[in-house]
Design a protein around this ligand. Sequence first.
Ligand code: COA
Length: 377
Amino acid sequence: MQIRELSDNDADDVRRLRKVAFGSASEEDPVRPGRRGLIAELDGRPAAVLTINDFHQFYGGAPVPMAGIGGVAVDPHARGRGVATGLLDRSLADLREHGQPLSALYATVPSVYRSRGWERAGVFEWLDVTIDRLPAAPRTVARPAGETDLDALHACYVDLASTVNGLLDRSQPAIDVADVLKLDIVSVAPGHDGEVRGYLTAERNRDGLRVFDLIGRDAATQLGLLSELTSWAGLLDQVSLRVTDPAVTGLLTNQGLRYTVNTSTWLLRVVDLPAAVAARGWPAAEGLKPAAVDLDVVDEHAPWHAGRQRLVVDDGSVRIEPGGSGAVRLHARALGPWFSGMQDSHALRRAGLLDGPAGLLDRLVGAPGVPRLADFF
Ligand SMILES: CC(C)(COP(=O)(O)OP(=O)(O)OC[C@H]1O[C@@H](n2cnc3c(N)ncnc32)[C@H](O)[C@@H]1OP(=O)(O)O)[C@@H](O)C(=O)NCCC(=O)NCCS
């Protein structure tokens, strides 16, 4: 098997591979600024592909370079021979060379990616809300957005995103914020002085209304944008809201006891632990006394950060240094859910991915977990 970088000349092969794998293929160029890829050839014929996007994901308020891997497709005749895993192995070295210490992907077949160290570390959700459960707040006097609003809309988004671990910064060139103007509805909520206080983006299709972003700088703006959706009563029973700001869907809508959330999980891979730790924000480290955790990272697919590493907290900052006693064993698959804060050390231990005393790791990422009941009354 030969693996090489994707080029513009591969566009037809990429379309063919994706069409066979997924039933359809986009007309977009597989390679463009902010996106590259790898292609595997068997007997001189392209047999598998994956693309790599140059994203940044906010963690602790800092945008960390993240390779968003997508469109992994292997020709049916080439499956079951280690082609996908071969591509992933090659991609790990490629990501490190390109300064991308994290990688995220949506997996239809998690076992393939788990075998190479990706693990569930966050969610992508859509909430269905019946229109009579939307708040009856005074409606915002919104206006349609134009090109001159794009920077202000993006600033609104980034101010929110920097406070929600995992959200992208939606920076160029991987993402063109102007694409938002192609949507059916882009409403801007202006403040008294004309400043943008919030916005709503949505698309109408035969199934209903899908609201992508509903973002406001204050509760009144968010409630006003939510109540704009009540104008769909009669024609639609419900709308779907993408959970971009969990405060809107969690604290401002009035859904009842049971409601429908469509959840997709994404998997995260820490490709280069020292670089990922250096790029992350660590607000919980402020005010902590100097401390250290001695790690033993078990990662055969990313040998550059495997073995004994010491995580050092010093003067509000956090860094990784080689060495230490290796008292806390961390499997490669533990790194993603720990880094994102989705799983605490107790859960990682129960899953067989961590050994040793790791309370400081929890404190640093502030892994809150979801408070739960498993008894109904
Ligand atoms: C999923 C896909 C990429 C796997 O490619 P592949 O080259 O056959 O995978 P590999 O041979 O490297 O297999 C790696 C491991 O995953 C397992 N695996 C592969 N496909 C699987 C599937 N569909 N379901 C469950 N396990 C699967 C293999 O058994 C193997 O496990 P092992 O190492 O324990 O033997 C390929 O089947 C494909 O293109 N499917 C259609 C598109 C798709 O689903 N893409 C994934 C998008 S996230």
